[in-house]
Design a protein around this ligand. Sequence first.
Ligand code: NI
Length: 170
Amino acid sequence: MSIRDLVRWGDARLLSQNEEVVSSDAGLAALIVDLLDTCHAAPGVGLAAPQIGVNRRVAVVDLSVGEDPSAIIVLVNPVILSTSGEQKEEEGCLSVPDVAEKVVRPAGVVVRAADADLRVREIEGSGLLARALSHETDHLNGILFVDRLRGLKKDLTWRKIERRRARGAW
Ligand code: NI
């Protein structure tokens, strides 16, 4: 379909409420295709609807970045059911360009989400997949990865982002 403009930090749509999806329609199908096209073009391993300016509870994850269609995970109305353990790895976000920090995330997650046809299923992920599922579900709750940093690191990173944006980096 089409590659959409990415919404960057500072845009209120990243922090807005996202509407629950209640029907599987042409609009939902088109949104999912646009999310995948935009995610692959970026390139990134995941993208949430508010990042292309659509405040609906829809996101995609594709650790293969377009190489393997079977790796595509569509998340409609995702909810994290349970988490286990901890991992701390470097993470970034297409809405916060050129900023990467080590973020603590669960080592494993179980997510309940519907697919494009609104069939609800549970998705289990560990490692990078757990990180991506957490990161994209966070977006639908208005949470950015920087919000997951702790203490001084969080303050310094927010300041860095504000400075970059003020300088016109995006
Ligand atoms: Ni992100």
